[in-house]
Design a protein around this ligand. Structure first.
Ligand code: DC
Length: 234
């Protein structure tokens, strides 16, 4: 493929959208399809949340976390072949950051301005050479406003809830379970969309992709075609 981007390893693809819209799984598959690296920015917010809970820092104190306190939590995203894996004090926390406890607290942590600022360098560093598919809430608006391709993924609330429950291997997709999960996702979206710093919002130049009823492979291919066009200067 002819590279028309100024970045040595390829373009930057930014995927944003609400919880459960399929961003992370799509970003991961798209990165594999393009031979790019995948950056799941939510995993960084999750790892900080996990570390703060483990360190028993009271939630009421999170708003005033200083860079030194954040450094002391020893949260790192270590680059591996296909992406990044999260460690806290040198321990892999890949599973722990998906717990219900972290789910329930992570939006609160992600709304803290000092936390967002602290993370920015690490996230931007990951994109320094390009060749990256990054997903989150503010990737196209704040982290990589000059990304060559931006997509904003949306999906109907019940479908998002259904995917989350299936992902977790929960066999119970009864209407009440679905409604409860949809309410949890919407509560997180509400915090993510209304916070003062870098709220979840569609970038003006992002392509809107509604994944409701779309086959997974179809949505990955659609984005891959767009990415290849942009990489070729289209
Ligand atoms: O995508 P996720 O569910 O793993 O995200 C976890 C939380 O982190 C979610 O509440 C939104 C927040 N987040 C954010 O504010 N900015 C990002 N770029 C990525 C995630």
């Amino acid at each position: 493929m002819t590279q028309r981007t100024h970045r040595p390893d390829g373009i930057i693809v930014a995927l944003d959208g609400p919880a459960g819209s399929g961003k992370s799984s799509t970003a991961k598959a798209l990165a594999a399809r393009l031979g790019y690296r995948h950056l799941d920015s939510g995993a960084f917010y999750r790892a900080i949340t996990h570390a703060a809970l483990q360190a028993e820092i009271p939630v009421e104190r999170w708003d005033s976390l200083t860079p030194a306190e954040l450094d002391a939590l020893e949260v790192h995203g270590a680059a591996d072949g296909a992406g990044y894996h999260m460690t806290v004090a040198g321990r892999d926390v890949g599973e722990a950051i998906r717990s219900e406890r972290v789910n329930a607290h992570v939006s609160r942590m992600a709304a803290v301005p000092s936390v967002r600022e602290w993370l920015m360098d690490a996230l931007r560093e990951a994109g320094a050479r390009g060749g990256l598919v990054a997903d989150g809430r503010d990737i196209g608006t704040v982290v990589f406003p000059d990304a060559e391709l931006k997509a904003y993924l949306v999906c109907a609330p019940e479908e998002r809830a259904r995917r989350r429950l299936l992902e977790r291997g929960e066999p119970d997709v009864a209407p009440e379970a679905l409604r409860a999960e949809a309410a949890r996702l919407q509560a997180r979206d509400e915090i993510d969309s209304t916070r003062a710093v870098a709220p979840l919002t569609q970038a003006a130049d992002a392509v809107l992709v509604d994944t409701t009823g779309m086959e997974f492979g179809e949505q990955v291919e659609r984005l891959a075609r767009l990415a290849l066009e942009r990489a070729a200067g289209g």
